[in-house]
Design a protein around this ligand. Structure first.
Ligand code: DAU
Length: 351
């Protein structure tokens, strides 16, 4: 199957492409406009494969997107392209509305048009897979889990834009019969994540001896999912998920932020070649909380386990150790990823 992957130069998209090229026989067309967080070096191991091709295209550009469909005639779309950083959405929501809402609309319309041009059997096989987030469900209290039936209640401009895009995808299924599947995932972590998110920011700041900012009291809880586990889940949903269905994907690894940061500090004490900052815990700095900060996310992933047999393979302990080791071995990648773009400053405080 030829799969058009949007956002394939990003953190999760590149993990999906590495998985598709190295573990399946599918072909991939990577559509990415290379924003600050996009980086083609994440695909160095697979980019020379004849089953891989790249199109530098913005998903909001209708004509360019249609051109990609006409040239490549894919049988599936995995739509991952998105502005994803909550703090940036607080400072500047506009890009989030453009890429996440308008971009998804553009992809849906181009997919609908393209599908109509396919032979009947391929029209039936065509899939539009929308990759989304558990943040659309809002915040949990200390108990309970998000299921696929949890009502939407987004808190940030980012999560509201993803909720809007989920609604568009379901509407294109109900109104136009576009064969869609949706997934909503918890917090991803692993190699190649842009060092603005909690885990890579903490590792790279600890390595540089910089303060490790913890929002509020660090009591907020996230459910951590290793990115390669997520990539496997996404391919399972694309290949075997039922049209119109949603699947929640989570790592069964709930942790308070402060515990995540302390664990990273312990790993840095053990693994970092730079001994001057030990113990790294002394770098922890409690800072002003994020506006609208969701208290807790936790996924009930029993549906994807029951229906598709997927389960996470990586424990948080093993995944976090691997991740710290990867960042320590790939300092050049991190330096290039942030060069002239981001120096670790606090984002998302604008009122
Ligand atoms: O739940 C899935 C979502 O996870 C994805 O949809 C988002 O794209 C992704 O960015 C992530 O959202 P979060 O806001 O949970 O991730 P972030 O890494 O920004 O923050 C994780 C937690 O750590 C959150 O409670 C805020 C806190 N935090 C974050 C940063 C960057 C800190 O305490 N200090 C920090 O410096």
């Amino acid at each position: 199957m030829k799969i058009l992957v949007t956002g394939g130069a990003g953190f999760i998209g590149s993990a999906v492409i590495r998985h598709l090229i190295s573990k399946t026989q599918h072909s991939v067309v990577n559509v990415d406009c290379l924003t600050y967080a996009g980086n083609l070096s994440t695909l160095d191991h697979v980019s020379s494969n004849p089953r891989y091709s790249f199109e530098k295209v913005n998903i909001c550009d209708t004509a360019a997107v249609q051109g990609v469909f006409e040239r490549h005639r894919p049988l599936a779309v995995m739509h991952l392209a998105a502005e994803s950083h909550v703090d940036r959405s607080i400072d500047g929501p506009s890009a989030f509305i453009q890429t996440n809402v308008v971009g998804t609309y553009t992809m849906l319309e181009a997919s609908r048009r393209h599908r109509q041009s396919l032979p009947a059997d391929e029209q039936g096989a065509f899939r539009f897979h929308h990759i989304s987030t558990d943040e659309v469900y809002g915040s949990l209290g200390d108990e309970g889990l998000f299921t696929e039936k949890t009502s939407y209640d987004p808190s940030s401009p980012y999560s509201a834009s993803k909720a809007a895009s989920d609604h568009l995808v379901r509407a294109w299924n109900r109104t136009y019969g576009l064969p869609v599947v949706l997934t909503n995932c918890s917090n991803n972590y692993g190699p190649y994540q842009y060092p603005e998110k909690l885990i890579p920011l903490t590792i790279t700041s600890a390595l540089a001896g910089k303060p490790l900012p913890v929002y509020g009291k660090g009591e907020n809880v996230r459910d951590w999912l290793y990115v390669d586990d997520h990539a496997r889940a996404l391919v399972a949903v694309l290949e075997r998920g039922l049209v119109g269905e949603t699947y929640n994907i989570g790592g069964n690894s709930e942790r308070k932020n402060i515990d995540v940061v302390r664990t990273i500090c312990g790993l840095m004490d053990e693994l970092s070649p730079n001994t001057t900052n030990r113990p790294h815990e002394k770098l922890i700095t409690f800072v002003t909380d994020r506006p609208g900060h969701d208290h807790r996310y936790a996924i009930d992933a029993s549906k994807i386990h029951r229906d598709l047999g997927w389960t996470p393979e990586e424990s948080f302990t093993s995944g976090l150790r691997k991740t710290v080791q990867w960042y320590l071995s790939n300092e050049d990648w991190c330096r290039q990823a942030v060069a002239d773009r981001y120096s670790g400053e606090r984002l998302g405080l604008k009122s």
